[in-house]
Design a protein around this ligand. Sequence first.
Ligand SMILES: Cc1cc2nc3c(=O)[nH]c(=O)nc-3n(C[C@H](O)[C@H](O)[C@H](O)COP(=O)(O)OP(=O)(O)OC[C@H]3O[C@@H](n4cnc5c(N)ncnc54)[C@H](O)[C@@H]3O)c2cc1C
Length: 437
Amino acid sequence: MSSPLHSWGRYPHTPQAAHACSWVSDVAALRDGVLAAHGTTLAYGNGRSYGDSCMAASDHVLYMRTLDRFIHVDWQQGVVQAEAGVTLAEILAIAIPQGWFLSVTPGTQFATLGGAIANDVHGKNHHLRGTFGNHVRRFGLLRNNEEPLSCSPNENTELYAATIGGLGLTGIITWAEIQLIPIRASQIDSKVVRFDNLAEFFSLSSELDHQHEYSVAWIDCLAKGAQTGRGVFIVGDHARYGSLEVDERAKLSVPLTPPISLINNLSLRAFNDLYWRVHPAQSTRKRSSYEPFFYPLDRILHWNRIYGRRGFQQYQCVIPDAVAEVVMRDLLSAIAESGQGSFLAVLKRCGYIASPGLLSFPLPGTSLALDFPQKADLARLFTQLDAIVREGGGRLYPAKDAHMSGADFRQAYAGWERLEALRDPSLNSHFWKRVTQ
Ligand SMILES: Cc1cc2nc3c(=O)[nH]c(=O)nc-3n(C[C@H](O)[C@H](O)[C@H](O)COP(=O)(O)OP(=O)(O)OC[C@H]3O[C@@H](n4cnc5c(N)ncnc54)[C@H](O)[C@@H]3O)c2cc1C
């Protein structure tokens, strides 16, 4: 491929030369060529990770998106086997008309199967279904100087666990087989409830989460004082009656990257305040297609460009249940005080279902995620937030990260040494070098 690849946040700026894989049978030879010339490499899915975990330490990645064929589908059981570069959108396009949906989906449908496994992504139903890895039946793994392996809960079990959430370091996933969930309609019935502060979020979550498949809250990260953590709580379920239609609405696109970020403190404050106010105080119900419910940002292609040439960072942490409310209040107060933040911050309770993955991010607790335009004084705020997360026994999400210290990573992810022992030495990322070496 001619143009270099970046991560979604376009920060840090380490352009990646892409070596595209066309056939599963050719991946080993392509990888060997890259290794001979550049020493190490890394699989790259569709670049929907924000930080540097999808950036090869050598700056030469194997581009997997072109491995995009379905291998086998079983509509009786809802099982799909496909090459690793198939996107979640492509799976939905064939599964929905047959009455099946992804068991777990992140907030973008443009992630690939390989990327979803390597980051063990989670969605709005973590409290009921765990992570993506909980629904992975098998996958093919290609390691340097080894025969291709099949990994599942019964074969090559250690590599199965280490690859789920393994940040692409245990080998190249060439194909995967996942379990879907049955649906009767592609529409989502949702309920929206506005809340005035963080305490109300926690009580709504305790009351509503277990009654609904999906649950998430958007919060005004700039609200202060008694209004800290005010926002909009959204729960939803697959409609029981309706049609099975793939959403094919035309997408908008941000055509180019402006020299500076279009996000500033004024536009942020106005948007956050307005978003909260346009939602009525009484709860409202609505039926929508699945796309605006799960993937609102996917409607605007290249939306990451609005942050300008310097890019942006996402800060996502999860805080254990026992201290979640007080720690979230401290985090949100620090963010509001700094005046920096994102249009909409996402707050979500994670549940107790353990992932099979060795280095999975979610833990029973509450996750907060928000975007920040990249600028010089961001480091000061992140140092402050990191200290609060550390003291609260929480951790940051490698898929979104471009700044976490090695000490924080190693403290929070006890399985990292096991992953390092199982790492295919021909694979390495900027992230892994930064936090382990
Ligand atoms: C708008 C938006 C919303 C998001 N919402 C969520 C969310 O709700 N929950 C969540 O968990 N994440 C979320 N994410 C993050 C995203 O889902 C993950 O970063 C996902 O892993 C990206 O997949 P990708 O195919 O683009 O992989 P990439 O970003 O290209 O790579 C991610 C990792 O996967 C590895 N990898 C990719 N392909 C392979 C392969 N074939 N073999 C081995 N390793 C491979 C890479 O080496 C890298 O370590 C969101 C991202 C965006 C942009």
